[in-house]
Design a protein around this ligand. Structure first.
Ligand SMILES: [Fe+2]
Length: 395
């Protein structure tokens, strides 16, 4: 083991981010992403790659590598705000060269990024499908309901009272084909909708929108899991074993009112129907660019699919907040453009992707029944520092 003392961060921002530590020297440099988009004069997304060298006396123990890397990540975050600055500037940041698919190493990385950046684990409530905890610090599985359908563009929990500001994803085992992370820039989406249908932007800004979603009492999923409002990450965080149904409902209601929506009801078959009222036309609080914040593409797509596959008597999943129907040509355009403008990020094993949950929609392409293990950890700002996208009406 070297007796040299660590020097720490040598350079904290691009073009070359450098650190010298006891056993390893680290470097992040920007790498080109083929076909990256260009939005409002900036690349979308941006990627950096980690390389490292081992000092002569360093042991072969890999765990030292990830401990020292975690220290570097913490120092960079605390003293230079390196990663948070990059993800907020570009909307999405891919980190390549991590060279590990071990969730514990990802957890160490993400906890140190969070701690140094004054972010903390966002406790998930109101999640649609069950998640499993995988590693410390809120590292969980992602929505694995089915790989046979695309997961359409959405911003995580954006229609709710509380939502995370930064999402992190980790490619433990990407599928061989498909299963790409789709990234759609919410400001680019705003720009194209505003250009084609300015009256739709105006109507959404003035009237707001209403979306609704019902969590079943208990529905078996093809993957063997149960889809229910009782799930821990849905509304079940306070439910204890032995609670009767009325108590379970009361506790789910408490979570709903605090974190999700004041407006909910119970359906005849024991489902929990959440009524969500939101203003989707907003300004990103950091760069003040207009965005569409509202997960309309994924909601509308579900409705469209139901219409085509179940029948015509389905109430629309999204309307203006005063109950007026939104013309389908607008919804079709927004859905179409969320796909058209998407950058499909092809995961390599060990990739880490940071997503600004305000500026960037995420989703994923189909991958069928292949093995695919992507992990996620959602982060939020310190309560005193938290800024949220601001509703506005353009003049
Ligand atoms: Fe998501």
């Amino acid at each position: 083991m070297s007796t040299e003392t660590k020097k720490g961060v040598i350079s904290g921002s691009l073009p070359v981010i450098l650190g010298q530590y006891t056993d390893y020297n680290f470097k992040f440099t920007e790498v080109e992403i083929p076909n990256a988009r260009f939005v409002n004069g900036r690349k979308y997304p941006v990627a950096i790659k980690l390389t490292y060298t081992k000092n002569n006396e360093a042991s072969d123990d890999d765990s030292r590598l990830y401990e020292e890397l975690a220290q570097f990540v913490y120092d960079l975050s605390k003293d230079y705000d390196t990663f948070k600055t990059l993800v907020r500037k570009f909307g999405a940041l891919a980190i390549k060269g991590f060279n590990s698919t071990d969730p514990e190493n990802f957890s160490l990385f993400v906890r140190n990024f969070a701690k140094g950046s004054n972010l903390s684990e966002f406790k998930q409530n109101g999640i649609a499908h069950p998640r499993e905890d995988v590693a410390k610090g809120g590292v969980t599985t992602v929505n694995k309901t089915t790989g046979f359908r695309r997961l359409y563009a959405h911003q995580e929990l954006c229609r709710f009272k509380t939502y995370p500001s930064i999402l992190t994803f980790f490619a433990k085992y990407p599928s061989k084909t498909g299963g790409d992370e789709t990234l759609t820039n919410a400001s680019e989406l705003y720009n194209v909708v505003k250009q084609k249908y300015p009256e739709f932007i105006d109507a959404m800004a003035k009237k707001g929108i209403y979306l609704t979603q019902t969590w079943p009492l208990g529905q078996k999923l093809p993957n063997g899991k149960v889809y229910s409002w009782k799930s821990e990450h849905s509304f079940g965080r306070l439910i204890k074993e032995g609670d009767d149904l009325e108590t379970q409902k009361r506790k789910a209601g408490e979570i709903c009112k605090k974190y999700v929506s004041e407006d909910y009801e119970w359906t005849k078959d024991g489902g929990m129907k959440i009524n969500e009222h939101t203003k989707p036309i907003r300004l990103d609080p950091y760069n003040k660019e207009p965005i569409i914040f509202g997960s309309i593409p994924s909601y509308y797509q579900k409705y469209k699919w139901n219409l085509e596959n179940i029948g015509p008597n389905i109430p629309p999943a999204v309307t203006y907040d005063n109950g007026e129907q939104i013309p389908l040509k607008y919804l079709n355009f927004i859905l179409e453009q969320s796909i058209e403008l998407s950058f499909d990020y092809k995961f390599e094993a060990g990739d880490i992707v940071l997503v600004d949950n305000y500026t960037s929609y995420h989703g994923r392409t189909k991958y069928g029944d292949q093995r695919r293990e992507i992990l996620a950890c959602f982060l939020d700002d310190d309560e005193q520092e938290k800024k949220v996208p601001i509703p506005f009406v353009s003049s």
